[in-house]
Design a protein around this ligand. Structure first.
Ligand SMILES: Cc1cc2nc3c(=O)[nH]c(=O)nc-3n(C[C@H](O)[C@H](O)[C@H](O)COP(=O)(O)O)c2cc1C
Length: 503
């Protein structure tokens, strides 16, 4: 069923073709022949607006957010207005630089990371290739706990840089096309992507990765929000250029991907007519280029005045055959780690997986349940119909035969698809060389209903689906860390190895 908005079949086709090019990139490379990353011209990972006043992000004193299963079950939602420390906690815990990483792994940056100027710094949220291309802006209205204006979060300094004064909250609210997910708010976090921070390395693959990065950040925010007693409902359907203009951004180089209302009193007054931000950010690269597929796919997803479609109608994909294996429950005391500690300790395993200790079926089930919750986090576009499903490829799990399974969250069951040894298939399907799949207990795979998403939401469905996948990947990390295991997401798979039916 097509929606009543004028997103053209042509723009949907641009996105469909881009997605297909992404899926076949290992047989037909996405980058032009001879492309080499120019590391010497890389952009800084932390964006700075030189000369803009810098205000230290207030520290949040409670230090405990809660344990993952409790947070996923949390239903309470306080209407207490957001404090500056709470807003800053979202930004800091999820995206600020944390600590230096120097560890032997199978990655290629092993030597460079030992030199201070090229050091690797961790963050609470994963990012494809460690590029961290997302930017966080706080648009504070008259009722916000800071002077009304537009602030940019400086990820290295844990500080807000004030880029503009004035109350621009109602302009952001209006750009949400008539609805901020039923929420009244006069302060918003706007997540944007600076494409070049990813594109200088990933070239045409950029759009796929950064839209999953968005999901990872929103996944962290959903959990941190719950730890603060809040249910966040990010808005993904908004007039892109309206918000970009307000933030002083050029859509081709930096563009909004999500607006997160922080509920409170509604915005008051008319916003100043002009663009809010005129400050210029620091640029280091002198040889920046536009990957040829990036601007067309991004342009195709932009909205202007289109009405928000209803959520996808409930029409679950056909259930696989058989009744499946019921997964044992993981005792509550096994979730030892507070979310704030899990965000600090989370890291990609990068070839360090080892079969020395066996994952149990209950542990795998506990992680799957969290990962499935990450697929279903609320947004303005999400409804009861799942856009994506989880699968487990079991290599070495105590209590489960090796094989591939589909996870059914309702019954907490695994339905077998193929029962046979998986290590060889996993290794052949993984196109990078930083993992020994023989040592991996299990691989969780996310399959998405791309055709339905594009049909229903138009090109914006692609962004939504990637956000859902990124969010689940981030929750999987946190679930593994919280229950004493390692994890790492990876896009480096040959997709045809996974494909079955339409998902
Ligand atoms: C969307 C996404 C895709 C990723 N794809 C890969 C991948 O294909 N291979 C890989 O080794 N790591 C992948 N990663 C992991 C990142 O490289 C990792 O998060 C980043 O280097 C930061 O390291 P950390 O997770 O240890 O903090 C991906 C992460 C995300 C969020």
């Amino acid at each position: 069923m097509r929606q009543a908005y004028p997103m053209t079949e042509e723009s949907t086709q641009v996105v469909r073709e881009y997605a297909e090019a992404v899926f076949r990139r290992y047989s037909q490379p996405l980058t032009p022949p001879g492309f080499e990353v120019d590391w010497s011209d890389a952009p800084p990972k932390n964006t700075t607006y030189p000369g803009a006043p810098m205000l230290a992000a207030p520290r949040w004193s409670a230090r405990q957010l809660g344990r993952l299963p409790d947070l996923l079950a949390a239903g309470d939602d306080t209407d207490r207005p957001w404090t500056a420390a709470e807003v800053s906690t979202l930004a800091s815990l999820a995206y600020a630089v944390q600590e230096r990483r120097v560890a032997a792994s199978w990655n290629q940056d092993l030597l460079t990371q030992t030199h201070y100027p090229k050091a690797t710094w961790s963050r609470g949220t994963a990012s494809g290739g460690g590029m961290y291309p997302l930017e966080i802006y706080w648009v504070a209205g008259a009722g916000a706990p800071t002077r009304p204006g537009v602030y940019h979060f400086h990820t290295a300094h844990r500080a807000w840089q004030r880029l503009a004064n004035g109350d621009h909250a109602s302009a952001i609210s209006d750009a949400c096309l008539g609805d901020t997910g039923g929420q009244r708010a006069d302060q918003f976090l706007v997540v944007t992507v600076r494409f070049w921070k990813n594109a200088y390395k990933y070239h045409n693959f950029c759009y796929h990765v950064v839209t999953q990065d968005l999901g990872a950040l929103l996944g962290s925010w959903q959990l941190i929000g719950r730890g603060l007693g809040r249910q966040l409902r990010p808005v993904l359907w908004f007039a892109d250029e309206t918000i970009n203009t307000r933030l002083g951004l050029v859509t081709e180089s930096e563009s909004a991907l999500a607006v997160v209302p922080l509920p409170g009193p509604p915005p008051t007054g008319n916003p100043p007519a002009a663009a809010a931000v005129r400050a210029a950010r620091f640029e280091r690269s002198s040889r920046a280029f536009q990957p040829e597929l990036l601007a067309p796919v991004h342009r195709a997803t932009l909205l202007t005045t289109e009405a928000r479609p209803a959520a996808l109608p409930v029409e679950p994909p056909p259930a696989p055959h058989g009744t499946g294996l019921a997964l044992p429950e993981l005792p509550a005391q096994r979730w030892r780690t507070d979310l704030s500690a899990a965000l600090r300790r989370r890291r990609s395993s990068f070839g360090q997986f080892s079969r020395g200790r066996r994952l149990t079926a209950a542990e795998l089930g506990g992680i799957l349940r969290c990962a499935a919750a990450g697929l279903a986090f609320p947004t303005d576009l999400t409804g009861p119909a799942p856009l994506a499903r989880l699968h487990a490829v079991v290599n070495d799990v105590d209590g489960l035969p090796a094989g591939s399974y589909t996870y059914e969250p309702a019954g907490h069951r695994l339905t077998p698809v193929r029962v046979e040894p998986m290590a060889g298939l996993l290794q052949r399907a993984y196109e990078l060389n930083n993992y020994n799949m023989e040592q991996v207990a299990a691989v969780l795979a996310i399959s998405g209903r791309l055709a339905e998403a594009l049909d229903h939401f138009g090109p914006r469905g692609y962004r939504l689906l990637n956000a859902v996948a990124g969010s689940s990947a981030q929750v999987t990390y946190l679930a593994a860390t919280s229950s004493g295991w390692g994890a790492a997401p990876s896009s480096g798979w040959t997709t045809r190895c996974w494909t079955r039916r339409s998902d």
